[in-house]
Design a protein around this ligand. Structure first.
Ligand SMILES: Nc1ncnc2c1ncn2[C@@H]1O[C@H](COP(=O)(O)OP(=O)(O)OP(=O)(O)O)[C@@H](O)[C@H]1O
Ligand SMILES: [Mg+2]
Length: 276
């Protein structure tokens, strides 16, 4: 499988008052393959959002290189195409709504791409179907629930047919049901449509179904591996300001009490099946 995203020795400094540099990312190298689902975790201020903004050329590195599908983000002539290929979804769904009906909202980005109207209509239909909002097509976005609004934001992005979705805490403002709806949508895009996903989250449970977890700490990548490796590994996650998911904590306790359960169970149903 080829790489869709590649960071080579990337550092990024924010300049406060134009002078004092704050190093938000420090010599990061990372490759992400086409079709992978990456969960990006780390405590507040560890650099996750900065990394996300580098992936679709909202920011460019202070040093090092970010490659997207063979295009270099620091080359201005590549940026437009990079932003089309890498769609971003942010935390607050209200800030991402731009139109007065659901269908106009999804169409907005397509109109900006200069796509003709019959094609726009087809893509809007398709995108709303994918996120399960077809019956809301003529509704006013501000009347949707939080989870529905966030799925609308995702529809607006996927209508542009990106190859990669970067989601920066997309479920942070949602209730459990809204979170589930959004997670299912993201997973479906990844599994069925082959869209590469970079999902930033503080909810450890949300990382268990990722192909790979990347952990950041103070501007550096400190872990990079499968969920079972990250959560059963040597690194002290609490030290990194992170938690072990409840399911895995429970599994550890049961094992320490002598129950014969595999350590790498990542799914509640699997645990229940073994126990019963
Ligand atoms: N626009 C900015 N100007 C100056 N410093 C910034 C700016 N944005 C972020 N920073 C600083 O860069 C560092 C990394 O911030 P970033 O937002 O990337 O972290 P994060 O991992 O996304 O945190 P959180 O979990 O709180 O969202 C922090 O020290 C932060 O204060
Ligand atoms: Mg952030």
């Amino acid at each position: 499988m080829s790489n869709i995203l590649e960071l080579k020795n990337v550092s990024f400094d924010y300049f406060l008052n134009g002078e004092t540099a704050l190093r938000a990312l420090d010599d990061i190298s990372l490759t992400i393959k086409k079709g992978e689902y990456i969960a990006l975790i780390g405590s507040n201020g560890s650099g996750k959002s900065t990394l996300a903004r580098l992936l679709n050329a909202i920011l460019v590195p202070t040093s090092g290189e970010v490659w997207v599908d063979g295009l270099l983000t620091s080359r201005e002539e590549h940026r437009w195409e990079i932003r089309r290929r890498v769609g971003m979804v942010f935390q607050n769904p209200d800030n991402q709504i731009v139109a007065t009906t659901v269908e106009e909202d999804v169409a907005f980005g397509l109109e900006n791409l200069g796509i003709d109207s019959s094609q726009i209509s087809r893509r809007v239909t398709e995108a709303l179907e994918r996120v399960g909002l077809s019956s809301f097509r003529h509704h006013a976005p501000h009347l949707l629930s939080g989870g529905q609004k966030q799925r609308l934001a995702i529809a607006g992005i996927i209508a542009m047919r990106p190859r990669c979705l970067v989601l920066d805490e997309p479920t942070a403002m949602l209730d459990p049901r809204g979170r589930r709806e959004v997670l299912d949508t993201i997973q479906r895009m990844n599994r069925q449509e082959g869209v590469t996903v970079v999902h930033i989250t503080h909810f450890m449970e949300e990382t268990l179904e990722a192909d790979r977890i990347v952990t950041m700490d103070r501007g550096k990548i400190v872990q990079n591996g499968k969920p079972e490796e990250i959560f059963n590994g040597e690194t002290d996650l609490y030290q990194l300001g992170l938690e072990i998911p409840v399911l895995l904590r429970l599994n550890r306790i049961l094992r320490s009490e002598g129950l014969d359960i595999p350590a790498n169970i990542l799914n509640l149903n699997d645990l229940v099946n073994i126990l019963c």
